[in-house]
Design a protein around this ligand. Sequence first.
Ligand SMILES: C[S@@+](CC[C@H](N)C(=O)[O-])C[C@H]1O[C@@H](n2cnc3c(N)ncnc32)[C@H](O)[C@@H]1O
Length: 408
Amino acid sequence: MEREPLDSAGPGQQRRAFSVLRGTVETEGVRDEREALAALFRIDRSLERDLTHGFHSYAGRMHPSIARGALDRWSAKGESVLDPFCGGGTVLVEAMVAARVAAGVDASPLAGLIAEVRTSPLDEAGRSRLVGLARTIAEASEARARGRVPVTIPAWARQETMRFSPHTALELFGLRELVKATPEDTVGRALWLCLSSILVKFMRAGKQAAPGAAEKRIGRGIPSRHFAARVEELARGLELLEQQVPAGTPNAQVLVGDACHLPLARQSRFDLVLTSPPYAGVYDYAEHHDVRFAWLELERASFDQTQIGARGKAPGAALRPWVDARRRWLAEMSRVLRPGGHAVLVIGDGIVGSKPENASWAIARAAPAAGLEPIARASQLRPPLDPRLAALFGDQPRWEHLLLLRRR
Ligand SMILES: C[S@@+](CC[C@H](N)C(=O)[O-])C[C@H]1O[C@@H](n2cnc3c(N)ncnc32)[C@H](O)[C@@H]1O
């Protein structure tokens, strides 16, 4: 097998650059594998809203086309796939459709809920119950909003009129009360998540905006109707999921937990790890979704403790915790992979301390100590869109990487 070093300073380095959708791609490593990785950057955009993919926004989600291509190349039907940073569950949905046995872990309880709902196909009776309940709830909520019927605002939510105009906050509370009264089963959780999916749309322009500032004009009844429409969209996605998941494929297992201490049995052995770990200092997944944590009554404190690489007040992820966490999650990945199994990582460069970090080099250096051998990479130029990140990167290029590692 032809092998080229992954260390990009190495003398045997091979680079091939070509333009695909959004920028130059360079590759290194084993020829077939690096070409297969590079091909994943030729995105099939038609998959973006397929199945349950477009249903709930989630920062930094993996493109379904990348997940599909990677599953196809580095795993086979019936094999097991783990995503230890599963976020909204893109990999899990694609794995189920490809007849893989999928498991996902994420430290965020919100991610856990999104991933669970997106990977729980409903049969026709379930879907019609879901849509029927949503319509009844939306009609009752709209009537209440139009009739200006008073709604009791719980103590925790008194500040919510900072985020929403008063009449929108009242309508959303009324809606929430009705959704909360539904049974805590698959349908109830789907309704709860549909409430989550509409919240941000109805917020004031800036989430900390003072009352009266830059109001969006939202008519009474619109949030309720939007909720019902969102439920119908989810039901259509779940129907596609039911049709496309091959018979006998289990629903993905979704666990809320820490990728540095995977909540998986010692004897777990996966054929493939396919995941997108956090990018250093790019997002704070707790802060980004704080409205959802509050409205869905999700526990945020433990996520604040375990979240890796969160962008904080200081620019970038803190150096020591970032490096320690990377060593631990690589070791955990290796622990649960079968010998010879692959890990495919989708990761972008970020800021560590106050300096840009090339994620590919850093992982290639750390992986061997965890028993993972770097095989190939394809990296695409992705200049930062965020002006704060752009200033920190300066002249240094920012890449999005697809990394292939193999368990020894
Ligand atoms: C780049 S996102 C993954 C997005 C996902 N691939 C998708 O398509 O939605 C990174 C994820 O890592 C999660 N995360 C951060 N720290 C974690 C930890 N210690 N253990 C597990 N998950 C963590 C975040 O909550 C976030 O969902």
